[in-house]
Design a protein. Structure first.
Ligand SMILES: *[C@@H]1O[C@H](CO)[C@@H](O)[C@H](O)[C@H]1NC(C)=O
Ligand SMILES: *[C@@H]1O[C@H](CO)[C@@H](O)[C@H](O)[C@H]1NC(C)=O
Ligand SMILES: *[C@@H]1O[C@H](CO)[C@@H](O)[C@H](O)[C@H]1NC(C)=O
Ligand SMILES: *[C@@H]1O[C@H](CO)[C@@H](O)[C@H](O)[C@H]1NC(C)=O
Length: 428
């Protein structure tokens, strides 16, 4: 009898917990597109059963679902097995896993950042809320200032500029917040040449957009949305590359425990602050603790602490000629990069990309080899055999393609080629 009762209790408990799980995160299949409402806002993770990064994301996803629910957010959280709900995955153009995206008013927004709970939750709030957030009082303005390192604000009434601002927001909302305010809400000390205006507040100062000087508004915002100095992960680095600026990085060890790491970080920070006007237009500044991405770029182990300038639009990089101990050395390094004394290494020529592919494969497969040599041999042997046949056929067909690095690139890729999007190898 009591056993029975236990069973009933257990069943009820199980039922409740299943219901509460599915209440936070809904499993979506191909019927989703038909039954969703036009006004629904969804945060969706596409996964594949065999993908380990997807599995790692599961508990985070559940936390996000429960947090958004308890905050009363309008954002609904779902997940979808892209190998079974293929129609849905196709509709959302999912090409790798896990893919994280939002659907709002039938517009899709891809999540571009590291797969952390905070990063994704912030993204959900940002994209789920109003595209442009009005700051209607001085208090609201101050509050927003205290919460955001970088704040982009439209000042003035409706105008053509506001239209352009809205268009920029639609695209860049995946990266940053967009605000609007009237002139009297801004601090008195802020002087604007004319209204309407677009202003970026950051680093204790502000910059005003000028169409003549700065060109396209969206490109300008995309350049200005980074603070003068910050911690940079591979995702940020990747999106910095889109602006065409170079990035000076202090590469430091994980917890900044040793004094030398602290010192190189401070050195870059000081140069960023004190020589802002000289270098701001050409450089971003920051420090990086997860150096996997950089070692992939350089195709060698990264020594920490050290300094590097990265040109993400060509996958090129610059290293200082001598040791860097002082601010003066660091400035020499930057000047050398600017005036061409220091030559760019790496790059995205065919040869470089092939080498990098081999390097990446080696890094990925070395642990496999040491743990399971036979499997390793099979994993390497089979694709290598295929590739060899493929190469043979290609080379026969087009014998002169790969003779000169740069011409090869021009032939194959007239537009800028980006290194593949960072994966979450070890960052989560
Ligand atoms: C808005 O954008 C268009 C096209 O990019 C540009 O021609 C126009 O000058 C912009 N208007 C303002 C006020 O910035
Ligand atoms: C950026 O530069 C400003 C002005 O030089 C400085 O006051 C501020 O502390 C810097 N911010 C960071 C995050 O380094
Ligand atoms: C960075 O790469 C781009 C694309 O190859 C190139 O046009 C630009 O000159 C490079 N910048 C520097 C400073 O080398
Ligand atoms: C380039 O800059 C470095 C560092 O400031 C300097 O030593 C060098 O003379 C400069 N070269 C040219 C050609 O201006």
């Amino acid at each position: 009898m009591s056993d029975r009762r236990h069973m009933v209790l257990l069943t009820v408990l199980l039922f409740v917990s299943v219901v509460s799980v599915s209440a936070f995160v809904e499993e979506l299949d191909d019927s989703f597109l038909k039954r969703k409402e036009a006004d629904d806002i969804w945060l969706i993770k596409f996964y594949a059963p065999w993908c380990t990064f997807c599995k790692k994301l599961d508990p985070i996803w559940h936390q996000i679902g429960s947090e958004l629910r308890s905050l009363g957010s309008p954002v609904q959280v779902g997940k979808s097995d892209a190998t079974t709900a293929t129609g849905l995955a196709k509709e959302f153009k999912v090409i790798n896993y896990p893919a994280i995206l939002m659907l709002k008013k039938n517009v899709k927004y891809n999540y571009p950042g590291a797969r952390t709970k905070d990063g994704i939750t912030d993204f959900a709030h940002r994209v789920g809320g109003p595209l442009i957030r009005p700051l209607s009082s001085q208090q609201l303005f101050q509050h927003a200032m205290s919460r955001h390192d970088v704040m982009i604000v439209y000042v003035g009434a409706t105008s053509e500029l506001k239209g352009n601002y809205t268009l920029a927001a639609e695209e860049l909302i995946i990266h940053t917040y967009f605000f609007s305010a009237t002139r009297d809400v801004l601090p008195k000390a802020v002087s604007l040449p004319s209204l309407p205006a677009v202003v970026v507040f950051k680093d204790g100062t502000y910059f005003t957009y000028s169409e003549e000087r700065d060109g396209d508004l969206k490109l300008w915002i995309n350049k200005e949305r980074f603070p003068n100095f910050s911690q940079i992960d591979s995702y940020t680095l990747y999106s910095m590359g889109e602006s065409g600026k170079l990035v000076l990085l202090a590469l430091v060890e994980e917890n900044l425990l040793c004094d030398e790491s602290q010192r190189s970080k401070s050195l870059v920070e000081a140069v960023a602050a004190e020589h802002r006007e000289t270098y701001r237009r050409n450089f971003y500044f920051g420090f990086m603790v997860d150096t996997n991405y950089i070692s992939g770029l350089m195709m060698s182990e990264v020594i920490v602490p050290s300094y590097i300038v990265v040109n993400l639009s060509s996958d090129g990089y610059f290293l200082p000629l001598g040791t860097v101990d002082t601010k003066h050395h660091l400035l020499d390094f930057l000047d050398g990069v600017m005036n061409g004394t220091i030559k760019s290494q790496g790059g995205n020529s065919i040869t470089q990309r092939t080498r990098r592919l081999i390097y990446d494969a080696k890094v990925t497969l070395t642990p496999v080899f040491s743990q399971a040599p036979l499997l390793g041999c099979f994993l390497v042997g089979f694709p290598v055999a295929l590739a060899a046949v493929f190469c043979y056929l290609c080379c026969k067909a087009r014998p002169t393609l790969i003779d000169d690095d740069d011409d090869g690139v021009a032939l194959l890729a007239p537009s800028l080629q980006h290194r593949k999007k960072p994966t979450n190898k070890k960052s989560d």
